[in-house]
Design a protein around this ligand. Sequence first.
Ligand code: THU
Length: 140
Amino acid sequence: MNDPAIEAMRDTLIEAACAVRANAYVPYSHYAVGAAILMDDGRIFTGVNIENASYGGTVCAERTAVFKAVSEGARQIRAIAVCTANGVAPCGLCRQVLAEFASPEQDPPVWMVDEAGMIRETTLFALLPDSFGPQHLHQD
Ligand code: THU
């Protein structure tokens, strides 16, 4: 947090999250979420929530963005923006999935905006204290 190069991307990331929110597929909840993540290679990946008639098949916006990033070869998240009707934080499952691709040392800022553009800010690992992560497993 407080890396000037990352902070400089804040408005760009928030705008991307709010723009992509229009693509949310939310026929059941009508609760549209847009997310944008900045990766350490400079690329930005966006995502929306994609619901399913079999409700458990729903994927949140944040995980859509992470899965797009990882499948395109990016690995390290440096910042996260989430745009909703009421400026909420990512759900617990998304926090865990985001944390897999972030480092506690470079704890990514999480910017949350509502429809009025009100910004709340925290960090990913502040949202996921005492987290279980890759560092706890044997790695080849
Ligand atoms: N949702 C997200 O996309 N991200 C979150 O962090 C919380 C919930 C979605 C899932 C579902 O499509 C809708 O919001 C209502 O739960």
